[in-house]
Ligand binder design. Structure first.
Ligand code: BV8
Ligand code: ZN
Length: 256
């Protein structure tokens, strides 16, 4: 497969050894067959906008309906595998020195591709948490169509994801903010950049002088701010980045 020529400045910056942040959105999981967030409304959920379904109010109003949407998404995620984009990111983490992987995705595919220390900015589909106390547990029976009661307090269990209007988990927020504020290169990969505060991370990085690179099939509100826009599928562009880096002499390159 031919690798489109990557901008020299980007490869230099990558090989330069400064901190690198990767922020991913649902676009990186699209090639695994996971619908992007704004396409994740199929069947009986199609009558909702995701911003209306992914909220504590929607869960309070109709817990079975919201639970059913998440169970369907969980079954979908467990039926697919990480794609070359996830694997290439794991390779970049091992080739480069200081990297931070922040994901808005809740599908756990980065971890299944072998990435470590993934900052789950919006939580995870693979865990439940109690809507009353702080009890957490791995997601259980994926066929169950009503939320189970909390074994500790009897409250309704819910997916351990961050809904609209909810705070980002403090450790993920802190880690992502610090990495964005101190990196020399920030990648925005497969995200529409519409949801805050995740979308602010690129602004924090750019304001501190980091170079910005976007990998997306389409333009986004961030594109005009980027030093480089690599338009294409993450599952093709990211492996191309690994090949180009590995072909270079010097740190991370093959010809020592
Ligand atoms: C908070 C988990 C405050 C659940 C998600 C007005 C202005 C600014 C902010 C707000 C506002 N009104 C309200 C807010 C706040 C709100 C917000 O940002 N709303 C938006 C709609 C404007 N944010 C919040 O509520 C956040 N919390 O602010 O709390 C607070 C303060 C004090 C006290 C209490 C609270 C919490 C937001 C988290 C919501 N949860 N997910 C779940 O998954 O079910 S968000 C969800 O959408 C995703 O996690 C993701 O983060 C987000 C965006 O989705 P993307 O990943 O970008 O996916 P999308 O489909 O949009 O785009 C896919 C992209 O991939 C596209 O660009 C496409 O071109 C590209 N693509 C497709 N295929 C490929 C590809 N690219 C490459 N390769 C491919 N193959
Ligand atoms: Zn409980």
């Amino acid at each position: 497969m031919s690798t489109p020529r990557l901008p020299d400045g980007l490869l230099e910056r990558l090989a330069g050894g400064g901190g690198v942040v990767f922020l991913t959105g649902s676009g990186i999981s699209a090639e695994s067959g996971v619908p992007t967030f704004r396409d994740a409304l199929t069947g009986l959920w199609a009558r909702n906008r995701p911003e209306e379904l992914a909220t504590p109010e929607a869960f309070r109003r109709d817990p079975d309906h919201v639970w059913g949407w998440y169970q369907a998404r969980r079954r979908g995620v467990m039926a697919v595998d990480p794609n070359p984009g996830h694997h290439a990111l794991r390779e970049l983490q091992s080739i480069l020195g200081k990297t931070t992987l922040v994901t808005q995705n809740v599908d756990g595919l980065h971890q299944r591709a072998g990435s470590r220390d993934v900052l789950e900015f919006h939580g995870s589909l693979l865990r439940d948490r109690c809507s009353e106390c702080d009890h957490r547990a791995p997601a259980g029976d994926l066929e169950r169509d009503t939320p189970p009661p909390c074994p500790h307090c009897g409250g309704l269990m819910r997916p351990d994801v961050v809904w609209f209007g909810e705070m980002i988990p403090p450790s993920a927020l802190e880690g992502a903010w610090q990495a964005a504020a101190s990196c020399t290169l920030f990648f925005s990969i497969g995200t529409s950049g519409l949801v805050y505060p995740a979308a602010e991370l690129a602004e924090v990085a750019g304001a501190r002088g980091a170079a910005l690179c976007e990998i997306n099939t389409d333009p986004t509100p961030l594109s005009a701010r980027c030093d480089w826009v690599l338009q294409g599928r993450a599952g093709e562009v990211l492996p191309g980045l690994v090949r180009a880096l590995s072909a270079r002499p010097g740190p991370g390159g093959s010809r020592q």
